[in-house]
Design a protein around this ligand. Structure first.
Ligand SMILES: [Zn+2]
Ligand SMILES: [Zn+2]
Length: 160
């Protein structure tokens, strides 16, 4: 996603764009749907001060039963771009600040947006909090079936 900076003079701007996952170099098997990007830009040179809100739905599989599920993803973050060079000798490892060349007219935010979405995607995915998962012996989906081995195992557990 690129912003043509001369279109945004000093002041506050609300920017809405629907971005194709391909454009952000996201895996389209995980991110099949457009990403709704809502940006609030407060420009006061040399600062481009963003509040980013991203919304999309992603595809995943349940960590327990492996059924496909759709995730509603929301990612929210501030992001500050600064015209110029980082202060001398200062190691910048803050992911929420980036330095851009003075005079830049096309601001490519794709890498930052991609990172936010990948972070929002990470973590546990369950089809429901009480998903029963797969039988470790026969692989049956225990949300749909109760298999013989499962019944026996429960029985054993009960005996112990
Ligand atoms: Zn599940
Ligand atoms: Zn089983």
């Amino acid at each position: 996603m690129k912003l043509h900076l001369p279109a945004y003079p000093e002041g506050i701007h609300e920017i809405h764009e629907s971005v194709e996952p391909r454009e952000l170099e996201l895996d389209t098997s995980q991110f099949p749907n457009p990403v709704e990007a809502n940006l609030r830009l407060d420009r006061h040179d040399p600062y481009l001060d963003f509040r980013i809100l991203l919304e999309t739905s992603a595809s995943a599989e349940c960590d327990r039963c492996l059924e496909p599920i759709e995730l509603k993803l929301t990612a929210k973050s501030p992001m500050l771009y600064v015209f110029g060079h980082p202060p001398e000798g200062d190691e910048v490892d803050d992911t929420e600040i980036a330095y851009i060349r003075a005079g830049t007219t096309e601001l490519d935010m794709s890498a930052q947006l991609r990172d936010l979405l990948i972070l929002a995607y990470s973590g546990r995915h369950l089809c429901s909090d009480d998903c029963k998962g797969l039988c470790p012996t026969c692989g049956a989906n225990l949300n749909l079936d109760s298999c013989e081995c499962h019944a026996e195992k429960r029985h054993t557990d009960f005996d112990n």
